[in-house]
Design a protein. Structure first.
Ligand code: GDP
Length: 362
């Protein structure tokens, strides 16, 4: 599966968010095939289209697709120099596909801030500097490693080393690589290094219940994110943890009272999903309607492989109905009659919402 690591300074509300995410509904027993580590939460991706499909197909069960969030606690200033459990935390971040950076945007005299004042600019910088310095360390090692080969005339080594030398000063200033202009060739040269500051990143601005408007802290986070081309999701983690405790009925009433159309967590999860460049396709049979996750740009056989590797290996064709056509024609039969049912081959690029039935050899 794809995962998003939750990072941030101590006491910004990471565990509160993580607990809300893990409580918000996945029954571990429904996912016996996943090993769930204590710091990993498997979270259903909210998608109203699934209920609409279920209303048409009337399956025995409906299964959402999921993504993972990993709680990466304890990143502090000095981590890149191995302070605290620094190296371990950086190693954990390295294994994630994307980063959700929680920033404290709430005042609360009872909750001590590590630097004694709420200061989103300084907080973001502190984390970004650690990540940049960790990348700088990788860059310096790589330059040393490549120097010999480059001297020996290895062309690839020469180009890669040149790019690394260009990004080195930027990292040395504590700046993330995502704010350094790199073209697609350069990015693909750097891919293998797994740089932390090139991972897709979003900021979770943790605000108080009344902190969504007229909140100078939130404005600061938005300004920083805009400069970096990053996304901001404002959410009140404390409120979300309360919402996550409720059963479905209570939750509906509580949200209505608050004037919210959905839990804020849903926005966090969807933002994470988008950040990872993921999209959803559906299988819709009488046994189950199920949502599946693929990378945007995945081909039909790759999508089949998400269900089972045998589906990919033995792929013959995909029967496809676009979501809107499926709904407008009240299901597969209607879509067929309306000429909206397609038979697609191995080069077909799956689109978000496609309802697919795979044909394969076993
Ligand atoms: P972590 O160290 O980043 O994991 O932070 P925690 O999730 O443990 O939160 C630290 C403290 O801040 C806890 O006492 C939370 O109840 C409190 N807290 C978290 N989110 C909010 C919030 O949105 N508003 C307020 N007022 N307090 C919060």
């Amino acid at each position: 599966g794809f995962n998003c690591g939750i990072v941030g300074l101590p006491n910004v509300g990471k565990s509160t968010l993580f607990n809300a995410l893990t409580k918000s509904g996945i029954d571990a027993e429904n996912f016996p095939f996943c090993t769930i580590e204590p710091n990993t939460g498997i979270v259903p991706v909210p998608d109203p289209r699934q209920e609409t499909l279920a209303g048409i197909v009337k399956p025995e069960r409906t299964i959402p697709t999921t993504m993972e969030f990993v709680d990466i606690a304890g990143l502090v200033a000095g981590a890149s120099k191995g302070e605290g459990l620094g190296n371990q935390f950086l190693a954990n971040i390295r294994e994630t596909d994307a980063i959700a950076h929680v920033v404290r945007c709430f005042d609360n005299d009872n909750v001590i801030h590590v630097a004694n004042q709420v200061d989103p600019t300084a907080d973001i910088e502190t984390i970004n500097i650690e990540l940049a310095l960790a990348d700088l360390d990788s860059v310096e090692r790589a330059i040393t490693r490549l120097a010999r080969a480059a001297k020996g005339g290895d062309k690839d080594a020469v180009t890669t080393k040149a790019i690394l030398e260009r990004i080195q000063p930027h990292l040395a200033e504590g700046q993330p690589l995502r704010s350094f202009a790199l073209d697609s060739d350069e990015l693909s040269q750097l891919k293998g290094f797994g740089f932390l500051t090139l991972k897709p990143t979003m900021y979770i601005a943790n605000v108080n219940e009344d902190g969504f408007d007229n909140n100078p802290y939130l404005d600061i986070v938005r300004a920083i994110a805009e400069q970096e081309g990053a996304v901001v999701v404002p959410v009140c983690n404390k409120l979300e943890s309360e919402i996550a405790e409720l059963d479905d009925e209570e939750r509906g009433m509580f949200l209505e009272e608050l004037g919210m159309s959905e839990p804020g967590l849903d926005r966090v999860i969807r933002a994470g999903y988008d950040l990872l460049g993921l999209q959803t396709y559906f299988t819709a049979g009488v046994k189950e309607v199920r949502a599946w996750t693929v990378k945007c740009g995945a081909t039909a056989p790759q999508a089949a492989g998400v269900i089972h590797t045998d589906f990919q290996k033995g792929f013959i064709r995909a029967e496809v109905v676009a979501y809107d056509d499926f709904v407008a024609n009240n299901g597969e039969q209607g879509a067929k009659e309306a000429g909206k049912w397609r038979l697609e081959g191995k080069d077909y690029i799956v689109k978000d919402g496609d309802v697919i039935h795979f044909r394969f050899n076993v």
